[in-house]
Ligand binder design. Structure first.
Ligand code: NAD
Ligand code: UDP
Length: 359
């Protein structure tokens, strides 16, 4: 008797050819730009977002730019029952997981909220994916997972350790993914470690819409230029950098979005030869820009004046932080194309057309 059986009922969806992607947090800043690039690349997109830090107007405008309607489910990644329903209804190739809380300072004040949302939320999502045999996953990690003492340019093999609950939540998810792929080699997971995302879609229709006074440099500069804020406080002018101000690796959000498409394409390519396991990849330009250099580039490229004042260092900041972008170039065939001038022009275009964001 021939005992050989072929189990067709439990095939991993890694092997299917469908192009449908669940984008959690797809109404947010990076998620909305990524939906546009995914659709342009031929993917079908379903967005899942609880709107805790976003506005549905962003999704409407994303649909206009993409020229396609985008199925949307208002839901929380902590709502496992709803997630199961969504996976019952759709046959996904994979998930890009942007949904998360991202304010470092708030995470120090409310760590439980951050661990629950960012870690428990991801666990719920991964469990639902596993139950539905969807094992392709792209995760929004952050360059903040690298240990502070690592010197720039930082590559992916650098040591990891975090000081804030926000950073810890990203690092914990990376550890979870590393264990998951060992337990089940059908998983393909890519953890994208973003450096400093800035800029907006060149149409000026979608962009970053921080609530309250921005913490990050580029939205602060734009709001000074548009007259909403009086002047920029430059935190520290005595760092060991080109001009004494802090250096970061700013990356245009459209380039960043395209990096996600490249990550999915890599996973797709691997479905023919076996799963990818876990890959952590920097998404940055590989170049550092100082605060003063960014202010000057903004003024020159937008013809706006940015009033500023040099003040003391911000606690917790370090002098220079930029990535090595070589792994992304080699593995993803991706590299950042847009310049600091593009980042400034597009930020300003979005800010000047939408002085109050989506409101
Ligand atoms: P964002 O706040 O604009 O987008 C996140 C989206 O997720 C929002 O639309 C929000 O409503 C949604 N969301 C949050 N918690 C949710 C939950 N429990 N269930 C469903 N939806 C939820 O942020 P962003 O700048 O687009 O960042 C996207 C991801 O990238 C985040 O995970 C963030 O931590 C990570 N990241 C961002 C940066 C940055 O500087 N923007 C840098 C590194 C990493
Ligand atoms: N920064 C500043 N004034 C601000 C906000 C930021 O001088 O109002 C500086 C900050 O010290 C750092 C750089 O700008 O050197 C980028 O800061 P951001 O908060 O945007 O990113 P992160 O520090 O998280 O990399």
């Amino acid at each position: 008797m021939n005992n050989k059986t072929i189990n067709t009922s439990n095939q991993n969806s890694n092997n299917n050819n469908n192009n449908k992607i669940l984008v959690t947090g797809g109404v947010g800043y990076i998620g909305s730009h990524t939906c546009i690039e995914l659709i342009a690349a031929g993917y079908d997109v379903v967005v899942y977002d609880n709107l805790s830090n976003s506005n549905l107007e962003a999704l409407k405008r994303t649909e206009q730019i993409a020229g396609k309607s985008i199925p949307f489910i208002e839901g929380d990644v902590l709502d496992k029952q709803l997630l199961h329903q969504v996976f019952d209804e759709h046959d996904f190739f994979g998930v890009i997981h942007f949904a998360g809380l991202k304010a470092v300072g708030e995470s120090v004040a409310e760590p439980l909220k951050y661990y629950k949302n960012n870690v428990t939320g991801t666990l719920e999502l991964l469990e639902v994916m596993q139950a539905h045999n969807v094992k392709n996953f792209v995760f929004s990690s952050s360059a903040t997972v690298y240990a502070e003492e690592e010197t720039s340019p930082i590559d992916e093999s650098a040591g990891r350790s975090c000081t804030s609950p926000y950073g810890q939540s990203k690092l914990m998810v990376e550890y979870i993914l590393e264990d998951l792929v060992v337990s089940d080699p059908e998983w393909s997971t890519v953890s994208l470690r973003y450096f400093n995302p800035v800029g907006a879609h060149p149409s000026g229709m979608i962009g970053e819409d921080p609530r309250g006074v921005p913490n990050n440099l580029m939205p602060y500069i734009s709001q000074v230029a548009v007259g909403k804020l009086d002047k920029l406080k430059i935190f520290g002018s005595d760092y060991k950098t080109i001009d004494g101000t802090g250096v970061r690796d700013y990356i245009h959000v459209v380039d960043l979005a395209r990096g996600h498409v490249a990550a999915l394409n890599l996973i797709k390519k691997h479905t023919n030869i076996g799963s990818l396991g876990f890959e952590a990849i920097n998404l940055g330009t590989g170049k550092g820009t100082s605060v003063l250099q960014l202010v000057k580039a903004f003024e020159i490229s937008t013809q706006q004046v940015v009033r500023f004042q040099l003040t003391e260092r911000r606690p917790g900041d370090i002098d220079a932080y930029y990535g090595n972008a070589e792994k992304a170039r080699q593995l993803l065939g991706w590299q950042a194309e847009l310049t600091i001038v593009d980042m400034c022009k597009d930020s300003w275009h979005w800010q000047s057309l939408n002085p109050n964001g989506y409101r």
